[in-house]
Design a protein. Structure first.
Length: 81
């Protein structure tokens, strides 16, 4: 089971990897990159997890979201699997 702190760490580390790739600073072989991506995806939030996040940003604006119901969450979990 992935806890929220692991989701947060995965998102931060994924951003860091994408920035390194975008700026040409990630010197990884294809195999290393795939392995690193799989480690990040292990705890990366899936669609169902993202739907359960708060609907307001920390800046006070409303974040558009689909209504969260048990059926929608179950469907998102099936889609993510």
């Amino acid at each position: 089971m992935t806890v929220p702190s692991e989701h947060t760490r995965a998102v931060i580390e994924t951003r860091r990897l994408l920035e390194q790739l975008a700026h040409g600073h990630a010197h990884l072989s294809d195999a290393q990159l795939r392995e690193h991506a799989m480690r990040l995806l292990r705890h990366y939030p899936n669609i169902a997890d993202m739907r359960l996040t708060p609907t307001r940003s920390r800046f006070g604006g409303r974040i558009p979201s689909r209504s969260v119901t048990a059926n929608n969450v179950a469907k998102d979990r099936r889609d993510a699997a």
